[in-house]
Design a protein around this ligand. Structure first.
Ligand SMILES: N[C@@H](CCC(=O)N[C@@H](CS)C(=O)NCC(=O)O)C(=O)O
Length: 230
């Protein structure tokens, strides 16, 4: 997302920096849901943020005032001042770039950024569809070439190699890509939608040690709706 300011470039850059530092962050959030990914990223960024809670069960995500925020009627959405960002991977990329002090991005100009972006896109374009297609199989098996992720086994093998090459996907540096890929693996493991692999268990174990993730999980647990009486 680009914040457009009138005026010369230098002035514009300064305004963009000020915008990042001062604008209020609001997460449109529901639990349990995919917006827990963006919540984890916000905890990693460690900037103050507000929560706008929505009940998916009560259809608040389909109400006109929320559709004005995200016409997809989905969570998460993140408001940062005047800007609204939707889609988890975009939110994670945006926050890492907007708050460089947190060290969660690989900056433009660093050749490692190519790999970093690959993983950020691999989450929503390969891991998630590979898992959901498996959970909701089609009547006819699609051709491998017609699927963006190819096939489930290859996708899992590529991720397993990526997460076992170092402490994190980018080596010693934890980045927004770990929030996206790590969340996909945590979700897949929790619901037994992906194979039990030592590489996944070890990587998710390392992620679970992160204080930001512990905080995010604890805050979301407190928001979980009470189970319906039997
Ligand atoms: N592509 C979106 C997916 C978001 C999504 O599917 N969110 C679900 C919650 S897990 C949702 O809002 N579902 C409510 C609905 O579709 O009515 C992203 O990655 O942010």
């Amino acid at each position: 997302m680009i914040v457009v300011h009138k005026g010369p470039l230098l002035h514009q850059r300064r305004n963009n920096k000020e915008h990042s530092r001062m604008a209020t962050l609001t997460l449109y959030h529901a639990v349990p849901s995919r917006s827990m990914v963006a919540r984890w990223m916000l905890e990693e960024v460690a900037e103050p943020y507000d929560i706008h809670f929505l009940s998916l069960a009560q259809g608040e995500n389909r109400a006109a005032d929320y559709l004005a925020v995200n016409p997809m009627g989905k969570v998460p959405a993140l408001r940062h001042g005047d800007v609204v960002i939707t889609e988890n991977a975009a939110i994670c990329t945006y926050l890492a770039d907007a708050f460089p002090k947190a060290g969660l991005s690989v900056p433009i100009g660093d050749p490692r950024r190519g790999i970093y972006l690959k993983w950020l896109f691999f989450g929503p374009s390969c891991i998630e569809p590979a898992i959901t297609d498996r959970s909701f199989p089609r009547k006819e098996e699609p051709r491998r070439g017609a699927l963006g992720y190819g096939d489930f086994e290859t996708t899992m093998n590529v991720v397993a190699k990526g997460v076992s090459a170092g402490r994190y996907l980018m080596g010693e540096q934890f980045t927004a890509a770990d929030v996206v890929i790590g969340s996909g693996l945590r979700w897949g493991m929790m619901f037994k939608l992906i194979p039990e692999r030592a590489e996944f268990a070890a990587y998710v174990g390392r992620l679970n040690e992160r204080e930001a993730l512990k905080r995010a999980d604890a805050k979301d647990k407190a928001l979980m709706p009470a189970p319906a009486p039997a």
